[in-house]
Design a protein around this ligand. Structure first.
Ligand code: ZN
Length: 166
């Protein structure tokens, strides 16, 4: 049977204040199951419809460690992702979030990260990301740990004041 991606496959976005966004999401143990594969497909559709470049499963009300990313260069599925290296060098980037509609905030992140993860075929992989891709990885991995960009923004108040960033 052919699988057609339809707009009706998109999922509802959880917004700030929804408890699912503050929970630590659970590890995926059945990567190749129909449930997880369907979730991944629907997350890509949702991200396209909502015009995002990254989406974490808690943002579609599923508390599992699944992240999808789509930049102009690549499509990535990160399952159970873990940051195994982060540069001391930082980057300041104005971030948006589908779960925090209409808000853009300057957030300080690591300029480079290495992320170990499983792909959708349950193969172990490692991604070396820098710049925008590194920012997206950190933002989405925060989501599966129950952290929103608004939390990071609050945490970084003192650093911003020291660096005179408004
Ligand atoms: Zn977000």
């Amino acid at each position: 049977m052919l699988k057609h991606k339809k707009e009706s496959d998109n999922m509802d976005i959880a917004h700030i204040g929804n408890p699912v966004l503050s929970q630590k999401a659970s590890k995926v143990t059945d990567v190749t199951s129909a449930d997880i594969q369907t979730l991944i497909d629907k997350m890509f559709v949702t991200m396209d419809v909502e015009k995002g470049i990254g989406l974490a499963a808690p943002q579609v009300n599923v508390s599992k460690r699944v992240v999808v990313i789509k930049t102009k260069d690549q499509e990535l599925v990160l399952i159970n992702p873990q940051i195994t290296y982060q540069s001391e060098e930082k980057i300041l980037f104005t971030e948006g979030c589908l779960s925090v509609p209409g808000k853009e905030l300057p957030i300080i992140r690591h300029q480079k990260v290495t992320v170990d993860y499983l792909d959708r075929n349950n193969i172990k992989r490692s991604l070396e990301a820098k710049g925008l891709l590194a920012v997206v990885c950190q933002h989405e991995i925060d989501h599966i740990n129950g952290i929103l960009m608004t939390d990071r923004y609050k945490q970084q108040t003192n650093i911003r004041e020291t660096l005179n960033i408004t």
